[in-house]
Ligand binder design. Structure first.
Ligand SMILES: [Zn+2]
Length: 215
């Protein structure tokens, strides 16, 4: 669902935040069955503020941060509408259907590698960006894949899988920075786009997304 005024979207059971399942899936089984149908609008005050006390005790930190990043419904916004789940804009495209079918790909790989080749920042940053784009960063999930560890989780926030996406964007230690840095209109896209496209965007057009680029 694409949330506008939040009235016709079920807070717990509809899929309304890009990239994550319905919120009820993150509530402990013991409590999930007692949750009734409540609208997204009823979890906000109508002026753009979440009523956190109604739900924050039921959801883990990383999901609360996703809600904060999703933006809040407001009275007077357009009605909620159904949308295509395949991309954050909610518009059906052949590309997004292809991504669902085949898994994420970065169509601008050639441009990306050229951009990294030309990068003139610190060498160790350049090397790290190469590793990110090649999927070779030694995250805990990668350690498990290489049979050098049996713990794929994040030691900072407790998330069960620490992959490169978690490391750079979704860890509770990172997402707070992005929420304060990135303009609300871009935040959802910024946090859910393909990692390689994300690196490319950061290297080419980052100032457009930042709240106060001069800071
Ligand atoms: Zn983490």
């Amino acid at each position: 669902m694409r949330v506008g005024d939040g009235i016709s979207t079920d807070f717990w059971r509809d899929s309304w935040i890009a990239g994550i399942d319905p919120l009820i899936g993150y509530v402990s089984e013991r409590l999930a069955h007692s949750l009734g149908c409540v609208s997204v609008a009823s979890m906000a005050d109508g002026n753009g503020n979440w009523l956190w006390h109604k739900f924050e005790h039921l959801l883990p930190l990383n999901i609360r941060l996703r809600i904060a990043a999703a933006g809040c419904p407001m009275a007077g916004f357009a009605a909620d509408s159904e949308c295509w789940k395949g991309n954050v804009q909610g518009n059906f495209t052949v590309k997004s259907a292809y991504v669902i079918w085949c898994g994420p790909t970065a169509p601008n790989d050639g441009k990306l590698w050229k951009m990294l080749h030309k990068y003139r920042g610190l060498q160790r940053v350049k090397t790290f960006l190469w590793l990110v784009c090649l999927g070779w960063v030694l995250t805990n999930s990668e350690r498990v894949r290489r049979h050098i560890s049996d713990n794929a989780g994040c030691t900072l926030c407790g998330e069960l899988i620490e992959d490169v996406n978690h490391l750079l964007r979704w860890c509770s230690q990172a997402i707070g920075v992005w929420i304060s840095l990135i303009k609300p209109d871009f935040l959802s896209l910024f946090l859910t786009m393909n990692v390689k496209e994300w690196v490319y965007l950061n290297l080419t057009d980052a100032t457009r997304m930042v709240n106060h680029p001069e800071d």
